[in-house]
Design a binder for this molecule. Structure first.
Ligand code: NDP
Ligand code: 2IT
Length: 448
């Protein structure tokens, strides 16, 4: 509950001004709630209007994206880019193409990105963008025409030292390739304006794997430091079957765990023998087919059409890696009843506030998204460094840096939770640790 007068006033003003932006308000409330002890001790924040300025994006553009489908019909979608905060670096954050994209979704993602990017210790500001375009069922040519139309407007606002987009839901290597090609064509300029690029044109090794691998490096460190345990022999439940989920599963297996579920927006599969990742990758990355295919091909695996049933499968570790608000209080109760010890967020804001409260109250180690999934954007930061150097590092070099960053994020978040008198509450720890650097930069840079 917000008891600090200043935070409460700014939250109420934000809620009035953005009354329909429900996901954005959810993200702001969580951060404000965590910051109360810190804000109490730092009156200069109120004197400089830091919180008022932090909740209002530097700018947000929305634009028409008109494109022509394979049947010759004109289609119109809405595009967005939210440049939220550039106090510690150029705006940085992904693009999401999904029919559920709204202004509120882009703003919540952009707001969280500010603190996540700060936690990476790299010089990256916060931003996010996307469109309500649905890539499902579209031909490659349609995807290309959409990406070109999207970039025809977006190119006015971005640049390697201004704002550097990347992937998110519905935007992977294929889309980044088409977006990059169009930017280069329009500007006649070859720079690292996007990350997640193909290896042939400035991409970084390990960027594809980075979010999922980083999540597991975070979990590994959290388990070691807070419980004296490893991943060896643990049973893991994962939601999602996209970029984050696939590479989270891969690293979990490499570290000796067994992954027994994955899901997509239509349903989930349970494979008590452990997911066969080669089959899953083929279905999802090559065929772009439904996850139900997996159960048809792998003996012993079953398919269920209620995707939230993944949380009812007994496990030691649960990793929500699909989308926001996918893990509710009832799911948290089912996980706790089945003996879960760790929940770590690969997706952005996948757990509802009630679910988080329940998990923390029942002694579950909880790794919040801003900390636990920061490996993707951190490796994007490493891609930017390689582009500036006109040089490529090996997979091992990037992976080693990624691991160091994730271990540091855990310790910085843990230490901040201790400083706030809430040892082990990494929601508070990550929010405070991410905020301190951003607010110090805002204080130093003056009011604008
Ligand atoms: P992908 O598009 O590769 O995969 C998304 C997965 O989640 C798919 O299995 C998809 O199922 C499912 N999904 C998407 N939207 C919904 C929805 N509204 N309801 C139910 N299921 C849904 O995306 P990513 O793996 O890249 O992203 C997953 C999450 O991780 C997102 O929250 C994203 O913001 C976050 N993230 C991504 C990073 C990255 O580098 N890519 C970095 C940090 C966080 P289906 O195929 O049926 O749509
Ligand atoms: O949510 C995220 O951190 C991402 N989608 C990755 C952003 C990036 O710029 O790599």
């Amino acid at each position: 509950m917000l008891t600090n007068e200043y935070l409460k006033r700014v939250y109420d003003e934000t809620a009035n001004r953005n009354s329909t932006d429900k996901e954005f308000l959810q993200a702001v409330y969580e951060v404000f709630d965590s910051l109360q002890p810190y804000v109490e001790k730092h009156p200069e924040l109120e004197a400089n209007g830091i919180m008022e300025r932090l909740v209002e994006p530097d700018r947000m553009v929305s634009f028409r994206v008109a494109w022509v489908d394979d049947a010759g019909k004109v289609r119109v979608n809405r595009g967005y880019r939210c440049q939220f905060n550039s106090s510690i670096g150029p705006y940085k954050g992904g693009l999401r193409f999904h029919p559920t994209v709204t202004r509120s979704v882009i703003k919540f993602l952009g707001f969280e990105q500010i603190f996540k990017n700060s936690l990476t210790s790299l010089p990256l500001g916060g931003g996010k963008g996307g469109s309500d375009f649905d890539p499902k069922g579209k031909s490659d040519a349609e995807i290309m025409r959409f990406c070109q139309a999207f970039m025809t407007e977006l190119h006015r606002y971005i640049g390697a030292d201004v704002d550097v987009p990347a992937g998110d839901i519905g935007v992977g290597g294929r889309e980044i390739g088409y977006l990059f090609g169009q930017y280069k064509f329009l500007k006649n300029n070859f720079t690292g304006v996007l990350t997640g690029k193909g290896l042939a044109f400035g991409g970084s090794l390990a960027r594809t794997e980075a979010t999922g691998y980083g999540l597991l490096y975070f979990v590994e460190e959290m388990l070691k430091c807070m419980k004296g345990e490893s991943l060896e022999g643990k049973t893991v439940v994962i939601s999602g079957a996209g970029n984050v989920a696939i590479y989270a599963a891969q690293k979990a297996m490499q570290l000796g765990a067994k992954v027994v579920t994955m899901s997509d927006s239509k349903g989930y599969v349970y494979d008590p023998n452990g997911i066969n990742l080669d089959v899953m990758k083929h279905i999802k990355e090559v065929e772009r087919a439904r996850i139900s295919e997996y159960a048809k091909r792998v003996p012993g695996a079953t398919y269920g059409d209620n995707r939230s049933d993944v949380w009812k499968i007994p496990c030691d570790i649960a990793l929500p890696c699909a989308t926001q608000n996918e893990l509710h209080e009832d799911d948290a109760k089912a996980l706790v009843a089945n003996g879960v010890t760790v929940v770590a967020e690969g997706a952005n804001m996948p757990s509802t506030p009630e679910a988080i409260e329940y998990l923390l109250a029942h002694g579950v180690l909880f790794g919040p998204a801003k900390a636990a999934n920061a490996g993707g954007v951190a490796t994007s930061g490493l891609e930017m460094s390689q582009n500036s150097q006109r040089f490529s590092w090996t997979f091992e070099e990037v992976d080693k840096k990624l691991k160091e960053i994730m271990v540091n994020i855990f310790h910085n978040s843990y230490n901040a939770s201790k400083d706030c008198g809430m040892e082990g509450n990494l929601v508070v720890g990550a929010n405070v640790a991410g905020f301190i650097k951003v607010s110090n930069a805002m204080l130093a840079e003056g009011i604008f």
